[in-house]
Design a protein around this ligand. Structure first.
Ligand SMILES: Nc1nc2c(ncn2[C@@H]2O[C@H](COP(=O)(O)OP(=O)(O)OP(=O)(O)O)[C@@H](O)[C@H]2O)c(=O)[nH]1
Ligand SMILES: [Mg+2]
Length: 222
């Protein structure tokens, strides 16, 4: 019985995600869904991308959090259009929330929307938000075992960002195990090593954003 209920929720979500995707396509906008545990650096990566892309892409942001507008305030301080979704305790974003958030963004003035999901490595994975691309972020202090333990997220992502590499000297992070687990789960997945603190890998991160923006029309099936 419970399984049927969950299937129904996902079906409704998928229909609304299609509506989001169609609306974005009509507006010529690429959308990226960023998923990670709380505190991995999702907002920090967005903060780094905003000034770097300023003269190249028109970037808007949808922030998802259970409570507060703090992430939206960080993004707005850098001058990017942003809207905050509060899930009131909910552990993931759903397409109906994103659909409403689109109404609060100037779609005709944007090329790219980054959707920052609620900090959680499990719940957001099964909910299509209408995005064209997914990025999974994991940070060094969380440990090298995260891909293996949260396999579903790492199987279903286009990009993996390993953030906080500036902390590598201070924690026991086995890069070989991390890379081997990732290769097994998602062969050939792109991996970026970044530090929002030192700036390492930031050029590759913003280059990835630019590249997927260019590739999205070809990728999106009718
Ligand atoms: N040392 C270090 N700290 C970082 C780095 N990236 C982010 N942080 C810090 O990590 C903390 C969390 O960063 P956020 O960007 O807020 O993380 P988040 O994933 O958006 O967190 P939630 O929205 O709560 O899920 C902040 O104190 C950041 O300054 C990094 O590369 N190195
Ligand atoms: Mg955040």
């Amino acid at each position: 019985m419970e399984i049927r209920v969950i299937e129904r929720v996902l079906k409704v979500n998928d229909e609304l995600a299609l509506e989001v995707r169609n609306r974005l396509r009509e507006a010529g906008i690429t959308a990226i869904n960023i998923i990670s545990a709380p505190g991995s650096g999702k907002t920090a990566l967005i903060e780094r991308a905003i000034p770097a892309l300023r003269d190249k892409l028109r970037l808007g942001v949808i922030e998802g959090d259970p409570d507060t507008t703090r992430d939206a305030e960080r993004v707005a301080a850098l001058g990017a259009p942003v809207t905050q979704i509060n899930t009131s305790g909910g552990c993931h974003l759903e397409a109906n929330l994103v659909l409403r958030a689109l109404d609060a963004l100037p779609l005709d003035e944007l090329d790219l929307i980054i959707i920052e999901n609620v900090g959680n490595m499990v719940c957001p994975v099964n909910f299509d938000l209408g995005e064209m691309w997914r990025a999974a972020v994991v940070s060094v202090p969380e440990g090298h075992d995260k891909p293996a333990k949260y396999a579903n997220l790492f199987r279903k992502t286009d990009l993996v960002v390993l953030n906080k590499t500036d902390l590598l000297p201070y924690v026991d992070f086995d890069m070989a195990v991390f890379e081997a687990d990732l290769a097994q789960l998602n062969p050939g997945v792109e991996l970026l090593r970044t530090s929002c603190r030192s700036g390492d890998g930031m050029a590759a991160w913003t280059a990835w954003l630019e590249r997927v923006c260019g590739e999205s029309p070809a990728r999106a099936p009718g």
